[in-house]
Design a protein around this ligand. Structure first.
Ligand code: CA
Ligand code: CA
Ligand code: CA
Ligand code: CA
Length: 619
């Protein structure tokens, strides 16, 4: 009964829809009259089964709506991590600096990708390289560093293979999205950056070719977050790219002539004009078509785009798109199933802060953190602004419950960048990782400002829609600390426990290996599409155990300009066997497996039996 009253309590939180509507209108007036018109359109659509309530044609029938169920029977011992980056060979130092003055250098760099570049079953690591204005003007730096995992010892080992891999295009990198655009079974790399982006085609054995020109996806300007998804469900991955502000590296303003920030001479993005965003439709012949405008996702308001994540938040089988904007409302693009999207950020409740604030949004991730069968959304932000946990109430409506969930207060102060849901202790409840750090070491001259180097935060999901911050006790903030940016989550040493890599400004990345010891079972699924896109981006898996029902989707791009392991990981608590595993493929095909033992890594090829590719040692 306690559960039911908690649920009711959330539903009855003080008139979230009405309050948001009023603030939405106010903000809209200030921002742009266009928002007002989209708000009206939504209000009208809400009265009938209009464009916001599409009927699924080949959509999923997997529905697991119900109450969040508390802890179930999982074991909760402390989590523990070790940063093993230097022992593991992650030692390449980027060309960068910390005393950043211009928007261009305060915002550049940040992306991390975890992906298997040669299909040997072990995750490799791509780090987006930073640069400096001087180096960029002299031709720039290699856009990424690729570390190949080549060790078999208990501690993983990597070697920098960037040059031999052919990843030699220079520029100034920002973000990374990994997906198999040509369905050849090899993951390809898209790197965003200032000036131009790069598409690297994977030729096999971690060798790559720059195919940007032929593909037509250079974008230009100042690209930030990017992510792959098959938005029109033709079996080919398409690519969304957000862009930030217009700035010219050759004609930067004199920061001495701006008022700076509290006396520190830094350029701030608020006064800069923004740039539009791109959606590139995959034609299937190695080229892409810019469909941004036709699809309604080109951002004519030119808000300052940052993070990008795809997720089917309304369970209609069509991938929707969330884009965070810095100093503007977030875009929630609902996929209308006809090649177009409807932007419902503000009316859905995901556009603004809990009281309608227009925040400096950074990164976002989807997960059904409370097991009610709907994907919720987490958003990180600039300093002095709380993170938001947008709880999905269904019917395209979200409520920010970060305060009740005990996430708002601890996240107010730091400048928050990378984030991701991951079940780090295998209890089945997705936890939340946040990487922090102020934008320039020049901020350290101000007494009351958050530091350039800030602790990482890890919020353990308590299973009752509240969280507890445990990063320090989990060893994550053992020195040395860095100014953090992007995060990528995945099981790097294939032991069934989620590890993560964090981008550090002006230093090699950190590699946090998860050494948590408990009795919880777990499972990983690698999905391979046949009719669907081969990397199975957008495939949904529902895992049912006696204690709980969980779900997740395969994504290719998220966090702050980063990409997590495409394998789906589930903690199973004390249940060693999954009574049901359901797969909903982007093609519309469905598969169901029963009585599947945990403690294994499985491969599921669309339309074929599940195959165990590795056993995990008993917990
Ligand atoms: Ca490929
Ligand atoms: Ca959808
Ligand atoms: Ca949920
Ligand atoms: Ca691991």
């Amino acid at each position: 009964m306690q559960k039911a009253s908690k649920h009711r309590d959330l539903l009855e939180s003080p008139e979230p829809v009405k309050r948001l509507s009023a603030t939405a209108l106010l903000t809209s007036l200030i921002l742009c009259i266009c928002v007002l018109s989209s708000f009206r359109a939504f209000s009208m659509a809400g009265n009938d089964d209009g464009p916001l309530m599409p009927k699924a044609q080949n959509g999923p029938e997997i529905q697991v709506h119900g109450e969040g169920k508390g802890f179930g029977n999982a074991v909760h011992s402390g989590m523990y991590f070790r940063d093993v980056a230097s022992q593991a060979g992650l030692t390449t130092v980027p060309h960068s600096r910390t005393d950043r003055r211009y928007v261009l250098d305060t915002m550049a760099g940040g992306g991390i990708a975890l992906f298997d570049c040669d299909n040997d079953g072990k995750l490799d690591i791509a780090v987006v390289n930073d640069s400096t204005i001087e180096r960029y003007l002299a031709g720039g730096d290699l856009m990424i560093t690729l570390y190949h995992q080549d060790g078999n010892s208990p501690t993983p080992h990597f070697t920098d293979i960037t040059e031999s891999a052919g990843l030699t295009t220079k520029g100034w990198g920002m973000g990374i999205a990994v997906g198999d655009f040509d369905n050849d079974g090899l993951l390809d790399i898209y790197v965003t950056g200032y000036g131009h982006d790069v598409l690297y085609h994977n030729l096999g054995n971690c060798k790559f070719e720059d195919v940007t020109k032929k593909a037509g996806v250079a974008a230009g300007g100042f690209s930030t977050g990017a992510a792959w998804a098959d938005y029109n469900r033709d079996g080919l991955l398409d690519l969304f790219v957000a862009r930030y502000v217009h700035t010219d590296a050759r004609h930067l303003p004199d920061p001495g002539k701006s008022k700076g920030y509290k006396g520190v001479l830094v350029e701030l993005p608020d006064s800069l004009a923004g740039e539009t965003d791109f959606l590139f439709r995959n034609r299937g012949d190695g080229t892409f078509e810019d469909v941004s405008e036709r699809a309604g996702v080109n951002d004519p308001h030119k808000l300052h785009g940052m993070g990008v994540v795809w997720g089917d938040y309304d369970d209609d089988g069509w991938p929707d798109l969330f884009v965070t904007n810095d100093g503007g409302w977030n875009f929630l693009y609902h996929n209308k199933q006809d090649g177009t999207f409807e932007e419902i950020g503000i009316p859905s409740g995901t556009g603004l802060g809990p009281a309608g604030q227009n925040y400096g949004n950074m990164a976002a991730d989807f997960a059904d953190f409370d097991h009610d069968g709907r994907f919720d959304l987490f958003v990180t932000r600039f300093g002095n602004q709380p993170a938001s946990l947008y709880w999905n109430r269904g019917n395209h409506q979200f409520t920010d419950i970060a305060d009740k969930a005990k996430i708002a207060a601890p996240t107010v102060a730091p400048v928050k960048w990378g984030t991701g849901f991951g079940n780090f202790d295998n209890d089945g409840w997705p936890d939340i990782l946040i990487a922090n750090g102020n934008f320039s070491s020049l901020m350290d001259t101000l007494r009351d400002e958050v530091r350039f180097v800030e602790p990482i935060q890890l919020f353990r999901n308590l299973g009752n829609r509240t969280f507890e911050e445990i990063a320090d006790s989990a060893g994550i903030n053992a020195p040395p600390l860095y100014s953090r940016r992007g995060t990528a989550i995945g099981d790097i040493n294939n032991d069934g426990q989620l590890d993560f890599v964090v981008f550090n400004v002006n230093a090699p990345p950190s590699l946090f290996i998860n050494d948590t010891r408990n009795l919880n079972h777990r499972v990983l699924f690698r999905l391979i599409g046949t009719k669907s896109n081969r990397a199975a981006i957008g495939a949904r898996v529902v895992v049912v155990t006696p204690a709980m029902r969980q779900m997740d989707e395969v994504r290719a791009g998220g966090s702050y300009n980063s990409t997590n392991d495409v394998r789906l990981h589930f903690g199973l608590g004390l249940d060693a066997v999954m009574s049901k595993v359901q797969v909903q493929w982007p093609s519309g095909a469905k598969q169901e497996f029963v009585d599947v033992p945990g403690d294994a890594i499985y491969e599921i090829t669309e339309g074929q039996p599940m195959r165990r590719t590795a056993a995990l040692s008993p917990p």
